[in-house]
Design a protein around this ligand. Structure first.
Ligand code: PYC
Length: 316
C-alpha cells in the first residue's frame, strides 16, 4: 500500500511553504483548534512525513488546506513545521493564497482564510503581492529583562502577532556580519531564558539591526520553533513588531513600516487600531510568493522512513 499526498510548494521572500491540497490526514470537522488537537494526537507522524527529511527539510512550513468551520471563509488552514503546529504563519498565508491563485481556486482577488487563531483577510494586489490583514496583535509586556547565560542582560518585549515573540532591544548583534550559526546560538539561549523566566509561551525570538536597503526601516533575524530561522522577514514577527511600535507611539496607524529579513527581502506593514479591542492592532502585511513545485508525496508501507526522520532539536 502506498499513501499519496498532493502538494504545491512555494516560497515567500525565500521562506518555503508546502500546501497539502489532498490526501492529508482526515481530521473530521469542527472548530480548527480542535482539529489541530486531533492532528497532534492521532496524525502527528504524518506531520513529520510531510515536512521533514527525506521528503522535506527542517526549514519547510506545512499548510494543511481544510474546509473552514466559519462559513464566511473561503478556506481553512493549519500550519505546521518540523516540530509541531503554528497558530498563524504570515509567509505561509501569502504562500497559500499564491498557491490557490496558481490552482485557479480563488474566486476573486480577495479571500478569507480561517486559521486556528482567527480569521485572516487576504488580497492579491496588482503587482502580484499578497496582502493579509492579520489577527489582532498586541504587546503583552515591555522591557522584560532577562539574565541569559553567556550573554548577560538581555532586554526585550513579549508580543503576540499570531505566534508568541520575544523582540530584543539589547543586544543588537550585527545581522550583516554575524554568522547564522552564531545568531542561532544567541537566539536559542534567549529563548531558553525567556521560557524559564516567566514566558513559557514564547517560541519565536526576533533580533533587529539597521537595514541594508535605505528604503527599509529595519532588518530582522527570527528563530522559529524547531531551531530553524525564517528566511523571510516573518509575517507574524512583523505583526508583533508593529504591535510594539504602536504601543510605544513610534509608528502611527496608517504609517508604513518596511521590514527587511535576513536574506534582504522585505515585507511591508501597516496597522490600524482594532474596533473590538482598542489596545490591540490589526496589522496588514504584504509580500510576494512564487510557486516552486507541485506533486505527490508517496509513503510506502514498507519504507522505514514512511513517517519521515524526526528532527534533532537538541538545543545548543
Ligand atoms: O511568516 O509568520 C511567519 C512565520 C512564522 C514561522 C515561519 N514564518
Amino acid at each position: 500500500m502506498t499513501q499519496s499526498i498532493e502538494f504545491v510548494d512555494s516560497h515567500t521572500a525565500g521562506e518555503p511553504t508546502r500546501v497539502i491540497v489532498a490526501g492529508g490526514p482526515d481530521l473530521g470537522f469542527g472548530p480548527l483548534p480542535g482539529r489541530v488537537e486531533r492532528f497532534r494526537q492521532s496524525a502527528d507522524g504524518l506531520r513529520c512525513a510531510m515536512v521533514t527529511e527525506p521528503r522535506g527539510a527542517d526549514v519547510l512550513v506545512g499548510a494543511l488546506l481544510c474546509e473552514p468551520f466559519d462559513k464566511t471563509c473561503d478556506a481553512g488552514v493549519i500550519f505546521f513545521n518540523n516540530v509541531g503546529y503554528l497558530g498563524m504563519c504570515g509567509h505561509g498565508l501569502i504562500g497559500l493564497v499564491e498557491t490557490l491563485r496558481f490552482l485557479g481556486r480563488l474566486g476573486s482577488d480577495a479571500c478569507r482564510i480561517e486559521t486556528p487563531v482567527g480569521v485572516v483577510n487576504a488580497t492579491v494586489e496588482r503587482n502580484g503581492e499578497v496582502q493579509f490583514a492579520n489577527v489582532a496583535s498586541y504587546r503583552k509586556e515591555a522591557g522584560v529583562e532577562l539574565s541569559v547565560p553567556g550573554l548577560g542582560k538581555v532586554i526585550g518585549d513579549v508580543a503576540w502577532g499570531g505566534n508568541w515573540f520575544f523582540l530584543t532591544r539589547q543586544p543588537r548583534p550585527s545581522l550583516n556580519t554575524t554568522p547564522i550559526s552564531e545568531l542561532l546560538q544567541i537566539t536559542t539561549r534567549i529563548r531558553r531564558s525567556v521560557n524559564q523566566q516567566g514566558f513559557p509561551e514564547v517560541d519565536h525570538i526576533e533580533l533587529f539591526d539597521t537595514p541594508i536597503d535605505p528604503g527599509s526601516n529595519s532588518r530582522n533575524f527570527v528563530l522559529c520553533p524547531g531551531l530553524e530561522y525564517d528566511r523571510s522577514p516573518c509575517g507574524t514577527g512583523t505583526s508583533a513588531k508593529l504591535a510594539c511600535l504602536a504601543a510605544d507611539g513610534a509608528l502611527q496607524a496608517g504609517q508604513r513600516w518596511v521590514q527587511e529579513g535576513i536574506l534582504g527581502t522585505s515585507f511591508s506593514g501597516v496597522y490600524h487600531w482594532s474596533d473590538e479591542n482598542p489596545e490591540r492592532i490589526i496589522p496588514s502585511v504584504s509580500g510576494r510568493a512564487h510557486v516552486t513545485a507541485e506533486g505527490r508525496l508517496l509513503l510506502q508501507d514498507d519504507d522505514p522512513f514512511r513517517l519521515g526522520i524526526p528532527s534533532d532539536v537538541t538545543e545548543t
